[in-house]
Every structure is written in structure tokens, then in C-alpha cells.
Design a protein around this ligand. Sequence first.
Ligand code: GCO
Ligand code: MN
Ligand code: MN
Length: 383
Amino acid sequence: MAYTPTPADRFSFGLWTVGNPGRDPFGEPVRPVRDPVALVELLAEVGAWGVNFHDNDLVPIDATSAERERIVRDFTAALRATGLVVPMATTNLFSDPAFKDGAFTSNDPQVRAFALQKTMRAIDLGVECGAEIYVFWGGREGVESDASKDPLEALKRYREALNFLCAYVRDQGYPLRFALEPKPNEPRGDIYLATVGHALAFIATLDHPEMVGVNPEVAHETMAGLNFLHGVAQAWEAGKLFHIDLNDQVIGRYDQDFRFGAANLKASFFLVKFLEDVGYSGPRHFDAHAYRTEDLAGVKAFARGCMRTYLVLKEKARQWNADPEIQALLAELSYGEQATSGYSRAAAEALKTRSFDRAALGARGLAYEHLDQLTIEVLLGVR
Ligand code: GCO
Ligand code: MN
Ligand code: MN
């Protein structure tokens, strides 16, 4: 059937996404908490391929080792029964009050050491369940006031932690790569490594930069008022697009985590088109949740909607790429042609004396209005 997800689409959800009970800063949960096995079954029912988790989505922070074993046994049995895989795992370094001033960047060395211990254990758990990507979202790694933390010291601590954990993974021989997930704010007033660009520059300063990439999220760059696609493209070009968090967000609002495509259809379209055109083969992870108004049926509608919208947009991208009028407009832009054939002294001398018809260059209409309208019409289904 058209727009039906298959494992080849590599659609994944976090336990915390379809398991989100609808708590917000103003209100109590509106949906019952479901255990990981029930959530795996729900994801299998709606057609997802993968399930991701924070350590404590699966194993409560105060579980005994016997409880841990039983939970992991039941969870992996559910994976086998449904065929779902665990592509990614991560650590909850933000819920417990111990992390109120950050984990790796906390001013307290005991908190930093505890964060490393918790992450090593969570890495063991993730690898045990089959994860090959490990996400670091620095939710509490920030400040409300710069009086409280030195930003240089914070970066140094962040680097020390990631270097330690890269060394741990290598020492264990785990087939695991790290993906840093930037976010500008929420829950902290300001979070370090605020954007994809910040993260990419930071990765280059690590001991094992080849092990570390990024996990950009639609909502996070959008909250900052940035063009998400541009960040993704830069990560892709750097060979650092290890994972991606898909959802939606209206600029300037609270952290909304809407269903993919729910807010900015055109931006979602160009994102899907990019991922498909370049052949991104990593997980397409939906880090979003159902509106607080929803019951279980609404949660399923939410999850199905994320995947269906992705697949519809993928079809629209194919249509856009094959549209003769759109392609003719692009051809007129001389897209593929080079400005120069590279530097040589002779080429530089020749270029310095070449004459340009500046007025004609400025006078030429580029037909972007028409191109964009054609895009809109593809999206509206009238072409
Ligand atoms: C957020 C983040 C998180 C992370 C998750 C995995 O805004 O809360 O997107 O959902 O993605 O912690 O690391
Ligand atoms: Mn987010
Ligand atoms: Mn995320």
C-alpha cells in the first residue's frame, strides 16, 4: 500500500516519544505510563523499524541488578518477537535532581564523575540491546546566569567527558559511534553547543573526532530561528550526519515536539528531499510526541502520521525532481557550471582583466517566484 512504512525506511521512535504521558510544566500526565514491552508492541503495530531509549526509559534509576536483568530480558524478548531493532541509545542526564546544574559540565566534580559512571553503564545497556549510535543531548549542560559557570571551563569539562567515554568505548571494543545533539535552550536558560555548527567545530577538538558526529533535531535549530536544512547539509558534507531527530516546531514558541511536518510543510519537504537526494542511510528518528489532548488512539495516529508524512514528502520530492518545468528552470540557472577552473597565476591574471556586463547580471530575473510557486503546487497536489 502507498505510504506504508517498511524496515527499509529506517523509521524509529524513542520509548519516551510514544510513551510520553502528556505531562507539561502546567499539568499532570493525561495518559497512563506504558511499560517498554507494550511500547515495543505499539511501535510494531504502527510499522516502525526501530526503538531508542534513555537508560531510565528502560531501567528505572533505582532498579536492583535483578530487576535490570528481568527488564532487559523481557524487552529483548519483545524485540525478537516483533522484529524491532535498537539503533540508538542515550543517557538520561537531566531528570534527576543531582543533574540540576548539568552533568559533564557541572561545577561539582562528584556530579561529573557520577555522570560518567551513569553513562558508561548506559552505554553497556545500549550495546547489549544492539545500539550502534549513542546520542549525547546536553539538556542540563548550561546556565541561567553566566555568573555561575565559566564557559571556557564548561567546554573543557565537556571535552574531557567525551574523550573519557570515547576511550571507554574503544577499550571495550564496542562498535559504537557518538552523536552530539545540539539545542539552544530548554530546559536550561542557555545550553552549551547550541547549534549544529557549534557542535561540528567542537568535535574537531576531541581526541577521537572520527567517532563523533551530530544528531540534529528539526525543533532545536528552528527554536533558534535558524534554517535546519542548512545545518543538516553542513553536517552531511562533513561526514558527520550520524543520526537525525525529526519533529516540528513553530519559531519562537516553547519546545513543541510536534508530529513531523505538522508546522512547516515546505521546510519538511526540503529536508526529506535533501535526505533522499544525498542518500542518507541512517535512522530517521521521530523525536516528538502526541498532543496532550490525545489518548492511545491519538498516540498511534501521531506515530503513523510522522511516518506517512515523511513518505508522502519523499514521493513529492521524486515528483519535484522529475518535473520538466522545474528542471527547465533549474537548467537555466547553469547550476553545474564552474565560476573558474581553479587557481593558476595565468587564470588569475586573465580573470582580473575579463570584462563583465554588470548591468545585465543585475537586470536578469531569476524566476525564483515561479520556481517556488511550482514547489507549492507540487506540495498542494495540483501538479
Ligand atoms: C529534547 C531532546 C531530547 C533528546 C533525547 C535523546 O528536546 O528533549 O530532543 O528528546 O533527543 O534526550 O538524547
Ligand atoms: Mn528536542
Ligand atoms: Mn531530540
